[in-house]
Ligand binder design. Structure first.
Ligand code: DP6
Length: 316
């Protein structure tokens, strides 16, 4: 028997950027995300008689991490026989948004389903968190929150049960020769910033304000809070006392400037950026084509995709 599962990636509007326990991936803040329909991972697990085999096509997840995660699942769920894991990332065109979030969410769903375990998404989110923190949110469609919690049990994600709204995310893929700092390493450095404590307080307030903006379908407010939250996160990287760094390239900054300019012209467009140089622009379904046109006008070589609100984990 084998099981195939699909999980979509998610973009944090209130970021996870710091761990109070790096083994359990317990975060220093609660975070909140939007799941994307067009970016997902499909994973099949099949029992085999030898040892865990990984066939990872086009994935950002390294194999050591995946082997380790399978052993975490054995520790949590009881021992299970070796598995062959075949995983494919589906990202439009070139893979600028390969994601550990969708990969670990899909793998968690596939393994538990294959073992015949009927688990709630909340329980799955706790397990997925151990693979990659942001994976806890990828069990859910639309908007999800990951509660910071104090221990393994209280740190889980759930759906926000948000109303439908015409939100869109324009993904501008920036080429980068810069050596990537992993999320875990970036967080470790950011936590040495003298501004880290202030960021935690600010994030708590933004988490509350963001939920209110989502419940009232106020996409402008959602974008504005998300942009503030993301830019402050990246300021922590720059002000880290140990190994300060930035994910921004000159193209990242050019895009941020274009977004500011088109906002002054009256378009709804706000930026968010994760652990890399790509810029994701929060906008509406009707404004998205104008945002794309404005970006292409100034940066014709830029690779751009538009994503919409996506669904939760599915068992094929
Ligand atoms: C900037 O979930 O990739 O995208 O738990 O170490 O695997 P690990 O980190 P990861 O970090 C994501 C960081 C972020 C913000 C977010 O998604 O909340």
């Amino acid at each position: 028997m084998s099981t195939t599962v699909t999980a979509h990636t998610n973009i944090a509007l209130i970021k996870y950027w710091g761990k109070k326990d790096p083994i359990l991936n317990l975060p220093t803040t609660s975070s909140l995300s939007l799941t994307l329909e067009q970016f997902y991972t499909q994973t099949t697990v099949t029992p085999n008689t030898h040892s865990d085999q990984l066939i990872l096509n086009n994935l950002s997840v390294d194999t050591t991490r995946t082997h380790h995660f399978l052993n975490v699942l054995r520790e949590q769920l009881g021992n299970f026989s070796p598995l062959t894991v075949t995983s494919t990332n589906h990202v439009p065109t070139s893979a600028g948004l390969a994601s550990s979030a969708s990969a670990f969410a899909a793998l968690t769903g596939a393994v538990t389903h294959e073992l015949g375990l009927e688990m709630s998404n909340e329980s799955l989110s706790r397990l997925a968190r151990r693979g990659s923190g942001s994976a806890s949110r990828s069990l859910y469609g639309h908007f999800a929150v990951w509660h910071e919690g104090m221990d393994d049990l209280s740190s889980f994600a759930e759906s926000l049960h948000a109303p439908d709204m015409p939100i869109a995310l324009v993904v501008a893929e920036v080429s980068s020769d810069v050596k990537k700092v992993s999320s875990s390493e970036g967080m470790r450095r950011a936590m040495t910033s003298p501004n880290y404590g202030d960021w935690l307080n600010q994030s708590k307030n933004q988490f509350v304000d963001m939920q209110a903006a989502i419940m009232t379908r106020d996409i402008e407010k959602i974008g504005s809070i998300a942009e503030d939250n993301a830019l402050s996160m990246h300021a922590l990287n720059l002000t880290a006392r140990q190994q300060a760094f930035t994910y921004f390239t000159s193209e990242t900054q050019q895009i941020l400037k274009i977004i500011q300019d088109i906002r002054h012209q009256g378009l709804l467009a706000f930026a968010t950026i994760d652990a890399g140089p790509n810029v994701k622009i929060i906008t509406t379904l009707t404004t998205a084509p104008h945002v794309v046109a404005a970006l292409h006008d100034k940066l014709p070589q830029l690779h751009i995709e538009t994503a919409t609100s996506g669904s939760g984990i599915t068992y094929d």
